[in-house]
Design a protein around this ligand. Structure first.
Ligand code: SAM
Length: 283
């Protein structure tokens, strides 16, 4: 089914319905998609009945998922601020953009320092439909959008050169996306290829849902999502996530639960979140 033959007023939340004129006709609303399920957990409006059903199934298995996704967004904002203010990074390759929400990468980076350039990459047609909202270029910096699959790293790198200067350090961001790359698709090889393409002084920042925190609830949630969602999930243990940083120097406090990576407040540090995250520097 596509958005064309779906009665938008019945199927979609207000946001999805009101922006449906911008939506490509290839959007399949009959099956849950992660960008829209994530939007639902964050309280957004760009989701359909199938996304909400999958989101609710996940909440039943792991009720803290709604805090987890917020903690992940807070981690994103803190790491981008760190990269701009402390590491003096001015270029970002953010793969797995998600549907725009509060504190998108370019907003956080460009408010920390003008002149930050951001390239977003996602393979979801709804994110593509919203890309225009992200493409604000001016004195504060450039943003561009690549409609591509993470598994096509060669294409991402080739298109990113149109906006980013690969002779200068940059940050590669892989926030809550690698769980959608099955081991058979060589996630470690993909990350290594991206890191190889950037110069020394660049950073890799990522977050990843954990298989070894709240183990039973997370396994139950993964099983439910894999039944209902188009993009399958593979949650990974701390050691498996740490492997993505092989060859890089971890920034303090290392790879930790995202809420414990330089939290701004006690409350933030205590938020429930079952994701590993960290920043690695290429020497
Ligand atoms: C859970 S959301 C995370 C969004 C954002 N990075 C964040 O942390 O808030 C995952 C995003 O990755 C995208 N995604 C999943 N698999 C992908 C793939 N193979 N290639 C490109 N994007 C993908 C989804 O469409 C979705 O927008």
């Amino acid at each position: 089914m596509t958005s064309k033959d779906t009665p938008a007023t019945e199927e979609a939340h207000d946001g999805a319905a009101s922006s449906s004129h911008e939506m490509p006709l290839s959007i399949d609303t009959s099956v849950a998609h992660v960008a829209r399920v994530y939007d639902y957990w964050l309280g957004g409006k760009d989701n359909f009945a199938a996304d909400r059903a999958a989101g609710e199934q996940a909440i039943q298995a792991y009720p803290d998922i709604v805090y987890s996704v917020r903690a992940n967004r807070a981690f994103l904002a803190r790491t981008v601020r760190y990269l701009v203010k402390d590491a003096k990074i001015r270029q970002f390759l953010d793969i797995g953009t998600g549907i725009p929400t509060a504190n998108n990468t370019h907003e956080v980076a460009q408010s920390a320092a003008p002149g930050c350039d951001v390239v977003y990459v996602d393979n979801d047609p709804v994110v593509l439909a919203h890309a225009r909202a992200l493409l604000v270029s001016g004195e504060r910096g450039h943003t561009s959008y690549i409609d591509s699959d993470l598994r096509d790293a060669g294409r991402i790198l080739a298109e990113a050169t149109l906006t980013l200067d690969f002779s200068q350090p940059m940050a590669i961001m892989l926030m809550a996306i690698l769980q959608h790359i099955d081991d058979a698709d060589d996630p470690y090889g993909i990350v290594a290829r991206l890191v190889e393409a950037v110069p020394p002084g660049s950073y890799l920042v990522l977050s990843h849902p954990a298989a070894d925190i709240e183990t039973e609830a997370m396994a139950d949630m993964a099983e439910r999502l894999n039944r209902l969602m188009a993009e399958k999930v593979t949650f990974r243990t701390r050691a498996q996530v740490a492997r993505f940083f092989d060859g890089l120097e971890l920034v303090e406090p290392g790879m930790v639960r995202v809420q414990q990576w330089r939290p701004d407040t006690e409350k933030e540090a205590k938020s429930p979140a079952a994701l590993w995250g960290g920043i690695g520097r290429k020497g």
